[in-house]
Design a binder for this molecule. Sequence first.
Ligand code: FES
Length: 116
Amino acid sequence: MYSQTVKDHFTNPRNVGEIEHPDAVGTAKNEADGDQVQLHLSIRSHKIQDVRIKVMGCVAAIAATSCFSEMIRGKSINNAMTISKEKLVEALGGLPENKVRCSLTCIDALKNAFSE
Ligand code: FES
């Protein structure tokens, strides 16, 4: 039911942890079923130089946040903000329809990092 990419990110999530002195922190919670994501970000010259993640959620939420962290590292903040749910799901090799919502929480966390 899950792609190899999803299984890989779930079993070996990237960039887990915190940054000691982050330049920005974004959190988001899916009120529907309680999954939560926290992103710690280091920013240099408007670029995301480093990112660390913490996720409380299902296989899809963990895999999506891990994959998302790799996608946003090195990007400008503006470019990272344009990563859509569709792009993330594509990068994950697809998600079951009822798990697509789980991939949105990390995207919301990034947006919240720059709007809180
Ligand atoms: S995180 Fe709640 S079902 Fe995926």
